[in-house]
Write a protein that binds this ligand. Structure first.
Ligand code: AVJ
Length: 324
């Protein structure tokens, strides 16, 4: 397909999702996957540097410290695929550890072409590692990988950074089952999960005093303005992070500070927001260690090991395809 046609298709899907999620009652929503356009991706990279946001550093520390231990559990040869590779920075340790045993094929899967470029820049020079970029959504990308591999190759699938936390708990389970259905015995899934921690610590991580997370959240409205011709007045909205105790998750919202009407021409949509009404843009679920083990079991995996960061409660969980 022509790039132009793909672009039009993506924009139409964005428009119809925006209309659908903003129409939800009583709580309007936007899908968190749309936070990551080029601006959003760059802002998220800054978030990972904030002192209040320890998640990414914990993820990286764990992978760096335990790459050899993780790799020791994998058959030879093992190829690697990653869901939402981003810049690929934390993947280096796993690839280097695997490359000690021989040639490694690495498939980063990402919807963002710029993330895939960054990934090649970051990892393209590691000796014995061959990168094949897959531009696309998670499941379609994973299907493309499994369709290409040879019978003797095991797969290590990486799903890092607690991105699983963006799913509600039911859909997270369904998603893991879908992944499981595409895997074979001997395959594994390395799943990063942010752990439950004191509420004050979580609120500071998702509402930092420099306002980077606020910019990251507000950029979603700016993106709708840019791509769908909308007239969101960004200064009339405020970033808000809440902890939902029952669901054990951080919720990001955008609060309309006044009563206002917004037009989104490309989505053929108009809405009037009440003063104080919010648009829910993202959830970040937090996990317990035993919960991850149960989640693995209930989706056809076995959690064989968990590595926990002592500084910022976060776990790297190695799941293998269980015997039936
Ligand atoms: C990339 C989904 C793991 O939920 O912590 C960071 C995204 N949102 N700050 C997270 C995010 C606000 C992040 N994940």
């Amino acid at each position: 397909m022509l790039a132009q046609a793909l672009d039009t298709q993506a924009t139409q899907e964005f428009a119809s999702d925006v209309r659908h999620y903003l129409s939800k009652t009583p709580q309007r929503e936007l899908h968190s996957k749309y936070l990551y356009d080029d601006v959003g991706t760059a802002l998220f990279e800054v978030i990972t540097l904030l002192p209040e946001y320890g998640l990414t550093r914990a993820d990286e520390r764990l992978l760096k410290a335990n790459a050899d231990a993780i790799v020791r559990r994998l058959p030879v040869p093992t190829i690697v695929a990653e869901l939402g590779s981003g810049s690929g920075r934390k993947t280096r340790w796993i690839l280097e550890a695997l490359a000690k045993r021989g040639y490694v094929l690495y498939y980063p899967i990402d919807v963002s072409a710029s993330a895939l470029h960054a990934c090649r820049n970051e990892l393209g020079t590691i000796e014995s590692v061959h990168i094949v970029e897959i531009e696309g959504a998670y499941i379609e990308g994973l299907k493309a990988v499994t369709a290409r591999r040879s019978p003797g190759e095991s797969l290590l699938l990486l799903f890092l950074g607690s991105t699983i936390g963006n799913f509600e708990r039911g859909p997270a389970e369904e998603f893991l089952r879908e992944i499981r259905a595409l895997l074979r015995p001997d395959d594994s899934l390395l799943l990063g999960t942010d752990l439950v921690k004191p509420v004050e610590q979580l609120l500071a991580a998702y509402d930092d005093p420099t306002g980077v997370t606020a910019a990251f959240n507000l950029n979603l409205l700016a993106r709708i303005n840019r791509e769908l011709g909308a007239d969101f007045e960004l200064r009339n909205f405020r970033h808000e992070a809440r902890y939902n105790e029952t669901e054990r998750r951080i919720e990001m919202h955008l609060r309309s500070e006044t009563a206002q009407t917004v037009n989104i021409p490309a989505a053929d949509f108009q809405m009037t927001l009440r003063a104080g009404e919010t648009i829910w843009t993202e959830s970040s679920h937090k996990f317990g260690l035993a919960e991850v083990q149960r989640l693995a079991r209930s989706t056809g995996f076995v959690c064989v090991e968990q590595w926990i960061d002592p500084e910022w409660p976060f776990a790297e969980n190695l799941l293998t395809v269980g015997s039936p």
